[in-house]
Design a protein around this ligand. Structure first.
Ligand SMILES: [Zn+2]
Length: 394
């Protein structure tokens, strides 16, 4: 940790000039060292700054920064050693990450105070759809209600707009949280009486700048709990998206947003009832069809399968309630046919093996019934079955 780095001495400096000290090619681009460390490097669970370096008129993107002495800055184009360049740090991104990082300290501090748990794993910008999602692992059990209580307290800390102080190399009177034994300079981030923690990351100046803290999930993880949360701009964007989705759903269901979930549950129950009724009607229909099927060796029948099990159930019924020795039941699903081939008396597997030589078929089963899918259209399937001696209802 470089105590003299610009992002520590002057965290509000987002535009600076520097000299290129070195430039080497890597497999992904070029890596520079500069006379001024203005870009925050990845560290302490916080991703690095991004931004641009201007070499004269040329604008070159900074896509990563790693800690070193000096730090290493990863760019897409080479720059001559000795050149004077202008560095522009992505201020919005730094602020967003600082909001999240400060929010994480408040939450970790409150959980430590209330439950005595340690933050044992912290990751910002977790992969996935939600921008800025943070993952924090605690070494103790938390319920969702615990998280909601902490969320309420954390937001009260925001409203108090407490200063976020940085203390370098504290005396022994200051107690603080730390993930590991520390060597060299110690940097503490102190938030009123809420938290004091060793940290190398960037932070907002007062808790009010965090804006909002919102838990997204909590689940058991190893012997503790993994929580995800959002702060500041990221929390607001996520809330907006969720509110938009809820509003659209509620409008579609013609209810107020607050009643959206109840309306959805009602719809699900109705849909389930309908599914059961359709399955019942399918069974009645196949029972009717069974009566009109003539006694024969091979028969095919088509059904509208509302469920995965519909084809198997229809085949099973016809096997046992018709005068047919071997029955093929098919249902057209998009570009394939789902089928069941069954017999109450004969082993259907030899016939299945013959079918497999004539079309692209996936599936298998026992001697009474094989099931699967055929990559073929209905007309071609009927032709194939007829070639094998089947008759049926088209
Ligand atoms: Zn930290």
């Amino acid at each position: 940790m470089n105590k003299e780095a610009l992002y520590y001495i002057n965290p509000d400096c987002f535009s600076l000039s520097a000299e290129v000290l070195s430039c080497t090619q890597t497999k992904d681009g070029y890596v520079l060292t500069l006379s001024e460390d203005g870009f925050y490097p990845e560290g302490g669970g916080q991703p690095s700054d991004r931004g641009f370096i201007y070499l004269g008129e040329e604008k070159i993107q900074v896509f990563d920064v790693q800690e070193g002495n000096p730090n290493t800055v990863f760019v897409s184009k080479p720059m001559p050693v000795g050149a004077q360049v202008q560095c522009e740090i992505d201020k919005k991104r730094r602020f967003r990450l600082s909001q999240n990082h400060s929010g994480e300290h408040i939450v970790s501090g409150l959980i430590h105070q209330q439950f005595g748990y340690e933050n044992v794993g912290f990751h910002m910008e977790s992969k996935g759809e939600v921008q800025g999602l943070m993952t924090i692992d605690f070494n103790g059990k938390l319920t969702w209600q615990d998280c909601l209580d902490i969320e309420a307290k954390a937001n009260e800390v925001i409203w108090q707009d407490l200063p976020i102080e940085i203390i370098w190399n504290p005396d022994e009177s200051i107690a603080y949280r730390s993930k590991k034994a520390l060597a060299g300079d110690i940097r503490l981030v102190k938030i009123g009486n809420v938290d004091c923690c060793a940290c190398c990351g960037t932070h907002v100046h007062t808790t009010g700048q965090i804006g909002l803290i919102q838990f997204c999930s909590c689940q058991p993880h190893r012997s503790g709990t993994r929580c995800t949360l959002l702060c500041g701009m990221d929390a607001l964007k996520d809330s907006r998206k969720k509110a938009d989705v809820l509003l659209a759903m509620s409008q579609a269901l013609s209810v107020h947003s607050y009643k959206g979930f109840t309306a959805l549950q009602k719809l699900q129950a109705e849909s389930l009832q309908k599914t059961h009724r359709i399955a019942q009607l399918e069974e009645e229909l196949i029972a009717c069809k069974a009566q009109s099927i003539p006694a024969c060796t091979y028969w095919f029948e088509w059904v509208e399968a509302s469920q995965k099990s519909s084809v198997r159930k229809a085949c099973d019924y016809l096997m046992h309630h018709s005068q047919v020795q071997i029955v093929f039941v098919g249902a057209c699903k998009e570009k394939e046919i789902q089928f069941a081939l069954g017999s109450a008396e004969k082993d259907v597997r030899p016939l299945f093996e013959i079918l497999k030589t004539k079309a692209n078929i996936r599936g298998g089963g026992q001697k009474e019934m094989v099931q699967g899918s055929i990559q073929i259209d209905k007309a071609a399937c009927i032709q194939l079955l007829e070639e094998l001696g089947f008759h049926g209802n088209e």
